[in-house]
Design a protein around this ligand. Sequence first.
Ligand code: BDR
Ligand code: CA
Length: 308
Amino acid sequence: MREKIIIDTDPGQDDAVAIFLALAAGDRLETLGVCAVAGNVPVVQTTENALRIMDVAGRRAPVYKGAERPLIYALETAEFVCGLDGMDGAGLPGAVSAPETEHAVDFLIRTLRGSDDGSVTLCPLGPLTNIALAMRLAPDIKPKVKRIVLMGGAMNLGNITPAAEFNFYVDPHAAAVVFDAGVPIVMFGLNVTLRAICSHEQIARFAAAGTATGRAISGMLARPRSSSLGSVGHPIHDMCVIAYLLWPELFGGRDCFVQIEMGDGSLRGRSTVDWNNRLKKPANALVIDTIDAESLLNRVIETTSSLS
Ligand code: BDR
Ligand code: CA
């Protein structure tokens, strides 16, 4: 039986690779919908980007526009990393398809309410605003969620600040709501995603597939980057989330208590991972810390080659 998933995303080049991978793995993953959220770029653009991704992949899942800004703080975006349209290097035309009219949060609530207990996996790849709003508006949906496998946070690392990873920094209150929800969480933080680096040789193999999707991926990963966020090569953070659903044997981690810093000071958005259980609090996440990056990238190249 295919795993039912909902992707919540702010594409973003690495979000795009994650979505391509989910669509390519349609024999194992049933993507019920793709919810766009404000993050890397404003939500109008992340919605447009989700549609552009569907158009080029030649496979579809319904796309829903979601929250325009974080729960409390003003929106901060990352065009300096992703480019003005959030997908610099993809070379994709404007979307020909259109989003659904229903709001992403309403879609999440409606879909989860109509599902069996423990039957839907949520895959957040951006700020957790949509997911937190859905859980606050309709707490009865929580038992419907099988697990939340997300990209966000870090263990003792930051990218947008020395203390914080971008997704948690942008909406730390939403992250706190989600980590407090009592739903099983698998956390892919920077400590592991910064090791999912695509080499030049692997980037060339994406292009060698000879497909529009392969060209889009290689263009995004090969583009010159103006940011200096401390990584060598091109990390594909968000792709790890979908890869974990397909190939969990490539990853390892530990159940830990994770706390998100919400205050607007220098620690805003920091995720403190109690790796050695100093606080004696129950674990709220499986925190991933090992990855077989080479096998992972090879499998992603092979799987996405089935797209248009
Ligand atoms: C995360 O922030 C975004 O820029 C990426 O898409 C990824 O989700 C990495 O910190
Ligand atoms: Ca993202």
